[in-house]
Design a protein around this ligand. Structure first.
Ligand SMILES: *[C@@H]1O[C@H](CO)[C@@H](O)[C@H](O)[C@H]1NC(C)=O
Length: 467
C-alpha cells in the first residue's frame, strides 16, 4: 500500500482539538489530509470542514462537495456543518480593515452562493430544519451587504428550495391519504363469497404491458422523492449522535420507508389477486397475467416491480396452490426467477442491472433510460458497505475512502432517480394499484385454503387457528 503523504502532520497521528478553527488560507486546511494517488483517503473532521469552505481563490470540487455533504452527517449535524462553513467563509475574509473586508467578501460571496446552491438542490430536505433555514436567511442578509448579484441568486435559490419542500409536503400528504384508503377493509374483502363485489386487476387492466407501465410510473414517482441523504441517515439513526437525537428521529427516512412499503404492498396485491378468485381457471389466468406483467417489467428495466411480483408469487398462500399452478405454463416464470435468483450474491440480477445501466447510458429514447433497481438489495449493499468498514481510522481521522464509495453508490441511484417516465398515465389503473385493499398475511392463508383445501395436518391446524 503506497501512500503518498503530502504533509508531515499526517504521520504523527496528531488529532486536532475539537473546535479549533484554522487560520485562513488553503494551505493550513490541507495539514491534516492524506492522499493516495491524488485521491483523498483520510483526514480529520476539522480539515474536511475547512476543505469545503470556498475562499477567493479556491472552490472545492463537485464530487467532494457531494460526498462530504452526503456523509458528514455520520459525524455532525448538517446544521452544525452549515454554521461552521458559513462562519469560516466569512471569518477568513476578515483583515481588520473594513473596506478591504468588504471587497474580499464580495469576491468570495458568489462561491459561497454556489456552495449553498449545490446544497439546497441536492439535499433540500436538510432545510426542513428551521435552524438551517434561519442560517440561510442570515447568509442572504450578509451577502446583501456585499453584492447585489449574489443576493439575487440567494433569493432565487431560496424560492426554488421552498417550492421543492412544498412539493415534498404535498407528496407526503398524498401518500398518507392513499395509505388510509388502502387500509380501509371493506366487507367485500373479508369473505371470499362476497369478493365478487371487488373488481379484480384484470377487469381494470387486461394489457400486461400497460400494467407494467403504470407500475413503472409509481416506482419512478416514489423514487424521485427519496433524498440521497436518506440512505446515510438510516445508519445515523441506529447510532444517533447524542445531541442530535431529536433531528434523526424526526421522519428523516420517511420517503425511503414509503418506497419499501410500496414494494410490500405490490407483493401482497399480487398474492391477493391470485388467492381471491373462486374458480381455479380464473386464478390460473391471473397468475399467467402477472407472469406477463413481470416479463414486461424486466424488459422495461423495472427490477423493483419485477421482484415484488416474484415475491408475491412465492408467498406460501400462493405457492401452495398446486392444482392452480398445474394449469399454468411456468416456463417464462422460471426464467424470470432465475434472473432474480439470490444465489451468488444475486449475480444474475447484477449482470442484468449492469446491462440495463449500459443501455441507459447510451439510450436513444427515454424509455431506454429507465433503470429501477431492486431497492432492498441496494439498501442492503449500502448497509454492508457502511457496516463492513470503519468510518474512523485509529488516529481519529475520517476514512474518506469509505465515503467515496458510499457516494458512488448513492450517486448512481441519483442518475436512475431523475428519469422522466415516458408512458401515458392511466389514472384508473394507478388508482387501483395504490388504493385497492389487499389481504393481510392471515387473510391470504384463509383465502388460499378456501381455494384449495388443506393437504395435510399441519395445514389443517393452521387453518383452524386462523379461523
Ligand atoms: C455482493 O455484491 C456487491 C456488489 O458487487 C458487493 O458490494 C457486496 O459486498 C457483495 N456482498 C457479499 C456478501 O459478497
Amino acid at each position: 500500500y503506497l501512500s503518498i503523504y503530502l504533509y508531515q502532520s499526517c504521520r504523527n497521528n496528531s488529532i486536532t482539538a475539537k473546535g479549533r478553527i484554522y487560520p485562513h488560507g488553503v494551505t493550513a486546511s490541507y495539514g491534516e489530509m492524506c492522499y493516495h494517488d491524488n485521491s483523498l483517503v483520510s483526514a480529520s473532521l476539522e480539515a474536511l470542514i475547512q476543505h469545503l469552505v470556498p475562499t477567493v481563490d479556491y472552490y472545492p470540487d463537485r464530487s467532494y462537495v457531494f460526498t462530504f455533504l452526503l456523509s458528514s452527517r455520520l459525524f455532525l449535524h448538517p446544521y452544525e456543518l452549515m454554521t461552521r462553513v458559513c462562519h469560516l467563509c466569512v471569518e477568513q475574509q476578515r483583515s481588520g480593515d473594513a473596506l478591504l473586508d468588504k471587497i474580499r467578501f464580495r469576491e468570495v460571496a458568489p462561491k459561497l452562493v454556489q456552495l449553498l446552491t449545490e446544497w439546497t438542490e441536492t439535499f433540500p430536505y436538510d432545510f426542513r430544519d428551521e435552524r438551517m433555514m434561519r442560517c440561510l436567511k442570515d447568509m442572504t442578509h450578509h451577502v446583501a451587504r456585499g453584492d447585489e448579484y449574489s443576493w439575487r441568486a440567494m433569493q432565487q435559490m431560496t424560492q426554488r428550495l421552498i417550492k421543492r419542500l412544498s412539493a415534498l409536503g404535498q407528496y407526503e400528504e398524498a401518500v398518507a391519504a392513499l395509505n388510509t384508503v388502502a387500509m380501509e377493509r371493506p366487507a367485500s374483502l373479508k369473505s371470499k363469497q362476497a369478493s365478487g363485489q371487488r373488481s379484480d386487476v384484470m377487469s381494470v387492466c387486461e394489457d400486461a404491458f400497460i400494467l407494467a407501465q403504470q407500475l413503472t410510473h409509481i416506482e419512478l414517482d416514489r423514487l424521485s422523492f427519496i433524498g440521497p441523504e436518506e440512505f446515510i441517515q438510516t445508519f445515523a439513526m441506529k447510532d444517533p449522535l447524542e445531541n442530535h437525537k431529536g433531528f434523526f428521529r424526526k421522519r428523516k427516512t420517511s420517503n425511503l420507508e414509503a418506497y419499501i412499503n410500496w414494494f410490500n404492498r405490490l407483493s401482497y396485491l399480487v398474492a391477493t389477486e391470485i388467492c381471491m378468485p373462486v374458480k381455479k381457471k380464473h386464478r390460473a389466468r391471473i397468475i399467467e397475467f402477472f407472469i406477463d406483467v413481470a416479463q414486461e417489467c424486466f424488459n422495461i428495466g423495472n427490477f423493483n416491480s419485477l421482484m415484488a411480483i416474484i415475491t408475491g408469487m412465492n408467498m406460501s398462500p400462493v405457492s401452495r396452490l398446486k392444482k392452480t399452478w398445474s394449469k399454468v405454463n411456468t416456463d417464462k416464470f422460471e426464467i424470470l426467477e432465475h434472473q432474480m435468483d439470490p444465489s451468488s450474491n444475486f449475480s444474475n440480477y447484477r449482470t442484468a442491472l449492469r446491462g440495463a445501466t449500459q443501455r441507459s447510458e447510451t439510450a436513444h429514447s427515454s424509455q431506454e433510460k429507465i433503470v429501477i433497481p431492486f431497492f432492498s438489495l441496494l439498501i442492503k449493499d449500502i448497509y454492508f458497505l457502511n457496516e463492513g468498514c470503519a468510518s474512523r481510522l485509529p488516529n481519529g481521522h475520517i476514512n474518506f475512502e469509505k465515503l467515496w464509495e458510499l457516494a458512488k453508490q448513492v450517486s448512481e441511484f441519483l442518475v436512475w432517480r431523475q428519469v422522466i417516465c415516458p408512458f401515458d398515465r392511466d389514472r384508473r389503473v394507478l388508482q387501483y394499484l395504490v388504493t385497492t385493499p389487499v389481504f393481510s398475511e392471515d387473510e391470504l392463508h384463509l383465502a388460499s385454503y378456501e381455494s384449495e383445501g388443506p393437504e395435510n395436518n399441519m395445514e389443517k391446524d393452521s387453518r383452524r387457528s386462523l379461523r
